[in-house]
Structures are given as structure tokens and as C-alpha cells.
Ligand binder design. Sequence first.
Ligand code: GCU
Length: 340
Amino acid sequence: MKHFRKLLAAALGAIVLLPILSGCSAEDKRIIRIGHNQATDHPTNIALLAFEEFIESKLGHKYDVEVYPSELLGSQTDMVQLTQTGAIDFCVASNSILETFSRNYTIFNLPYLFSSSEAYHAAMDDPEVADPIFESTKQAGFEAVTWIDAGTRNFYTVDTPINSPADLKGLKIRVQQSPTNVTMMNLLGGSATPMGFGEVYTALQSKVIDGAENNELALTSNGHGDVCKFYSYDMHQMIPDILIGNCSFLDGLSEEERVIFEEGFKLVNTVEREEWGEAVEAAKDRAVNQQGVTFLYPDVQPFQDICTPMHQNLIDSNPDLAPIYERIQELNAEYASAEQ
Ligand code: GCU
């Protein structure tokens, strides 16, 4: 029986891997594989399906786009590496993860970097801010082709309401695998526990961790609200997701094809942003009414005061990032009032 299972696993592996390695379907279309870690009802998946439809409507004779949700192709870190080598063509990675591939990405992981979501969106849309960062991994074999809104990250816990940084003391809080997030968590007094997104639900349920931090959709789409009953709006980060593509694939497109792909990348961004607001509202409604989650609105200032020195530390150790940081401050001033 054990032997049979092994054979079955090997056979299944071969079926999945063969077309991945050859990149061709039976009709000899070039298959484009895109991986991400969200569920099928998540705005990211909806936006990537719109991309699939768009590319196939324009170039369907040549390309067959396949979207793999829910970590089917591995964790985000695995998928970035697969995109780097060209085993797959695109994946969505949190900006946090990308910090370990290029230091430039660190800037978007800083806590309390943006003064409002309008300032955040304006910065991400500004080529002066985004281009030097998006292009910084070309030598590593991949580049960013667009950004995807992932809202605001906040703390949520199984049973401890977080009303001030002092409430985090002694709690094990899952963070994304990035040095910036570990530093932030430790500064705020909690014990940073880095792990991949797919492991968080079980870790919460088995009490390996006391809480995590994410946008509201993690409560519903990932079921974390079934276990965590307090969600606290300390608003510590607005971290975008990034759609990255393999450079050899992108460079191999003809000029006309590249124009169509660029249009497709913009579509991913706009469709996802259109879906995002409603998805957050629906998640909050479900979290309160079906999962029994309590939303808390603490004074943000004490959290912010503890984290702000991280900004200067980053600029001191990476002076190249100073002009980008300055530009973000201009946008912060311009859009500061939008949410006040
Ligand atoms: C959000 C984000 C994902 C990320 C996840 C995490 O859901 O959109 O890209 O993987 O947070 O906390 O790991």
C-alpha cells in the first residue's frame, strides 16, 4: 500500500511537472503559469482571472494562461524562486517577502510609512517611487510588473484585546518572513514568530502563536476569525502585493505582445482595486456577525511613536533610498487630509 502511494505520488508529480517544464499544451500553445496564495473568491484571484481572459482574447492563438490559487504551486517564497528560474512565469508575492531578494523593497515594509491610503496609492502609482524598486531584481531574474492593494495590516489575537503596545508584551505574534517585520514586532513588545501564510491557521488553532497581523480578509478568506476574536485597528502597515514576472519570458515577448501584456498588468491592478473595498466591507460584516470578532479602535499614536525611528535607520543604512523616501513624504503631505 505504501509502495502504491509512492508510485501514485510520483505519477501525479510527473503529470503536474511535465507541462510546467516544457511550457507547452497539447495544441502547442505556450502555457503561462501564474501562482498566488489567496483563495478563489479573493480580489487577487478575480483580477488574475480578468488578466487570463484579456490575454487570451488578444493572443489566445499563442498563449494559454493558467492561474493557480491557494498556494497550489507552493508558498510565496517557493513561488518567487520558481519565477526567478522560469519554472513558472508569474506569481504574486507580498512586498515583505521581496525584501530578502532586494533591499530596495524594504521601504514599502516600513511601519507607518504612508499618511493615508490615498497617499499610499499615489506613491505606488508614481513611477518615481515604484520604478527603481520594481526594476531592482532584474539581475536576480524577475521584475515587478504591477502592484496589488492589500489594505492595511492590523493585529488580531485569539483572546487578548490589543489597545496599546503594552498589551502585546509576551504574546507570540506571527509576522511575515522579513527582517523589517521581525524588528517592528519586537520593538512593539511582542515576540515575532515568522512563518508562511499557509501555516498561520493551524498555528493559531494549536496555540503555537497568540495572534497575527494582516488585513481583514485573513479573518474570513483564511478563516483566522474562527479562532481570533479581537481585531485591533493599530494600522501599522500598508504593504502592497506585487505581481512579478520572469525576465526571460518578458524579454522574449515581441514589441506588440509586450504592449498587450502591459495593458493586462494594468487591468490586474484596476480590477483588484475595484474589488478590494467591497471585499473588506463584506469581510468585516462576516467577521462580526458570523465569527463573533470584536473590532477595536485603539489610539494609533503610541504604536507609531515606537516604530518611527525605523524610517531614519533605513535611510541611514541605504542612502540610495532617500530620494524615494522624500517623494513619499511629498505625497503624504499632499494626501494627508484625505482621511482626517
Ligand atoms: C496578505 C497578503 C499576502 C501575504 C499575507 C501574509 O494576505 O495579501 O500576499 O502572503 O498577507 O501575511 O503572508
